[in-house]
Design a protein around this ligand. Structure first.
Ligand code: GLU
Length: 303
């Protein structure tokens, strides 16, 4: 297969879908991103990297950062995070407070906001700098020391992050935070505001296609842990549409409201796509379609 040609064909095939979604604007500084952008990158497990479209343009990774915080906590703490977070699809929106109250402060999974805030809290305890340690992992895996937090996006979210603040306080009221609410939120907003391009993102997530082996060749996660992170991505990684995403794409994936999606073909490659317009569930319209095209054309799916 000519991977480069395949990616260029996918860019053309999905172009007519532009204009069908909405750029997230509840974090005001995300609202100004040009809606027509689209990039795709495939990082093969054994080295080669292919890309097409706007694959070198940085974007806000938002909830995709939750994959890396979870991996860092599991690498250090093995399974203990699962005493504080479940791993079931939530069936409610990613920022819902209702379920957290009913479940007595134990979030349904680490990829909805409440669960991610607990993971960030644990990473803060373990490292003293949760957002900085995620940035360090991304820089190391992508081989790009310029990857950084977009301070404008972080400040914009902090100013408008009332719902996340409410969630963090609710978690604290149930005794499910180890650190002060303000410190945890600052790290959470910073990690969501990490900006990177499709190439950096595909390279950063590639350890999940390599049974946990990092870019440098050393084990970052065990094969077992890598399997588990992929499983949580498959079941909980694309908001309230994980079933639809599995049906269309057939891969573990994690999306963010910045319009990025990272998907993993275990043993073969990691894929990053970015298209800022989101569907009603918060997943990139063009990005999901491109991943559907990718698995349909290549036959590379976990099913
Ligand atoms: N920072 C965003 C929030 O907490 C992340 C949402 C997302 O990408 O799902 O609302």
């Amino acid at each position: 297969m000519d991977m480069q040609a395949t990616l260029e064909e996918i860019v053309k095939a999905v172009a007519p879908l532009k204009g069908q979604g909405t750029v997230a604007s509840y974090i005001p500084s995300l609202g100004g991103v040009p809606p027509e952008k689209f990039g795709i990158c495939v990082a093969m497990a054994d080295g080669p990297v292919y890309g097409a479209g706007d694959w070198h343009e940085p974007f806000s990774i938002q909830s995709i950062s939750k994959v890396f915080s979870l991996a860092l906590v599991m690498a250090r703490d093995y399974d203990s995070i699962w005493k504080r977070v479940f791993r079931e699809p939530s069936g409610t929106p990613f920022n819902s407070l209702v379920q957290l109250e009913a479940d007595k402060g134990i979030p349904r999974n680490p990829f909805i906001n409440a669960g991610a805030i607990v993971v960030t809290d644990r990473l803060l305890t373990l490292t003293g700098d949760a957002a900085g340690s995620i940035r360090g992992l991304l820089r190391q895996e992508a081989g790009n020391p310029t990857i950084d937090i977009d301070a404008t996006v972080a400040a914009s979210e902090a100013r408008h992050g009332h719902r996340n603040a409410a969630m963090a306080h609710l978690l604290a009221s149930f005794g499910n935070l180890e650190n002060p609410v303000d410190d945890v939120l600052a790290n959470y907003f910073d990690q969501c505001a990490l900006a990177m391009c499709c190439e950096d993102l595909a390279l950063s997530a590639r350890f999940l296609a390599r049974q946990g082996v990092s870019t440098g060749g050393s084990p970052f996660l065990s094969p077992n842990q890598s399997k588990r992170v992929n499983a949580v991505m498959l079941t909980c990684g694309t908001y309230d549409a994980a079933g639809e995403f599995a049906y269309r794409v057939g891969l573990p994936g994690k999306s963010g409201v910045g319009g990025g999606i990272v998907a993993i073909v275990p043993g073969r490659c990691s894929i990053a796509v970015w298209g800022p317009e989101l569907d009603a569930n918060g997943n990139s319209v063009v990005g999901t379609a491109a991943l559907d095209e990718f698995t349909t054309r290549t036959g590379w799916s976990v099913f």
